[in-house]
Design a protein around this ligand. Structure first.
Ligand SMILES: [Zn+2]
Length: 58
């Protein structure tokens, strides 16, 4: 049950048609506020521009 690196991460299971995609989280630094990064096991990816940030455990 490990979520290893997924080379097909762009193939997200998100369905934006529901309008439920956006939740509180980290907004994309490129797209600006209102566009949030998708949360993955070890990173966050913007579904709009593809910007990726490593998850920081602080
Ligand atoms: Zn973005």
């Amino acid at each position: 049950m490990s979520d290893g690196p997924n080379p097909h991460s762009k193939h997200s299971k998100y369905d934006t048609s529901s309008g439920e995609l956006v939740r509180k989280g980290v907004s994309c630094p490129k797209c600006g506020p209102g566009v949030f990064l998708g949360i993955h096991s070890d990173r966050m990816v913007c579904g709009k521009c593809g910007h990726t940030e490593e998850k920081q455990n602080d």
